[in-house]
Design a protein around this ligand. Structure first.
Ligand SMILES: Nc1ncnc2c1ncn2[C@@H]1O[C@H](COP(=O)(O)OP(=O)(O)OP(=O)(O)O)[C@@H](O)[C@H]1O
Ligand SMILES: [Mg+2]
Length: 274
């Protein structure tokens, strides 16, 4: 089972003088269980591609299917939870509770069962249940985004797709959100996200894809990404590269602090044995 994008082309303003191809014969397969990060320059077509995954946009040619269902079908939309770049666009409730309860109540949940589901969804994104009585629009950008994610998780989607979820977040909120996404992924949900900051997500991504003018120009593991690209590299990798340049025999393809710590300890141990 997978999300399959097959030979998709798409243009806005079709059949007008403004028509231009934004997706150009793009093919992509997202297997269940992946954490796929989509990156690329401004205007390369990331958001347009993402909007095809839940049928918000339909291909001019080609096909998008989710577990065999057409992406714009009802069955497919039930499988995908979508976070827009600006959470204000998808929050609507008078209270956080109303927002997060929307999906489970649509599925027939009510009373104590519904309260438990809302509490559990808020907890899974690290939010205190006291926030439930507040207006979502009174919250900070980061918390609004977490409420929107709690609302998506409450529907228990198989795939969660997020467009630039780090926009407007400071380093602390970004790290909190990253931890939440890593947990969501570890619990079995497939995660797809677009970002201008691939360096922040290398430690959680299973695969990266780089877009350029509506085409896929790179697909591969975080390690392969690091060997192919010189910009958007994590600070910890830059440090390891600098150490190597200065003659310390460390592996410079490392991109997590834990792996760097282990590598430095390995070198230290080697030195004390000689
Ligand atoms: N509604 C629209 N109508 C016309 N053109 C559009 C529309 N939305 C996007 N475009 C154009 O399509 C191209 C791809 O836009 P898209 O938003 O998919 O890129 P992106 O990679 O998500 O960019 P960013 O990095 O800024 O988020 C751009 O040239 C953009 O100007
Ligand atoms: Mg975009």
């Amino acid at each position: 089972m997978a999300i399959i994008v097959k030979d998709v082309s798409f243009s806005y303003a079709r059949k007008t003088h403004l028509e231009s191809k934004v997706l150009d014969g793009l093919s992509l397969e997202i297997e269940a269980g992946e954490f796929l990060v989509i990156t690329g320059e401004i205007g390369s077509g990331k958001s347009t591609l993402i909007k095809h995954l839940n049928g918000l946009l339909k291909p001019c040619s080609g096909k998008v299917t989710v577990d065999g269902y057409n992406a714009s079908s009802f069955q497919s939309r039930e499988l995908i939870g979508m976070l827009f770049q600006f959470p204000q666009q998808q929050l609507f409730g008078k209270t956080v509770f109303e927002d997060v309860a929307f999906a489970p109540s649509n599925f027939g949940s009510s009373g104590e069962e519904l309260c438990l589901q809302v509490r559990s969804s808020l907890k899974s994104v690290g939010l205190d249940e006291k926030i439930a009585s507040r207006s979502p629009f009174s919250l900070s950008n980061g918390h609004m985004r977490l409420v929107a994610i709690a609302g998506i998780l409450a529907a228990s989607p198989k795939y969660i797709v997020l467009d630039e979820p780090f926009t407007g977040l400071g380093p602390k909120s970004r790290n909190e959100l990253l931890k939440v996404l890593a947990q969501v992924h570890a619990s079995g949900t497939t995660v797809v996200m677009s970002t201008h900051y691939p360096d922040h997500v290398l430690s959680v991504a299973t695969r990266l894809m780089v877009m350029e003018r509506g085409k896929v120009v790179f697909e591969g593991t975080p390690e392969a990404y690091l060997s192919s690209y010189t910009s958007n590299i994590p600070d910890i990798t830059l440090l390891m590269r600098e150490l190597r340049k200065r003659g310390v025999g460390v592996d410079d393809r490392i991109f997590t602090v834990d792996a760097a710590f282990e590598e430095i300890m390995r070198i230290k141990k080697g030195q004390s044995n000689t």
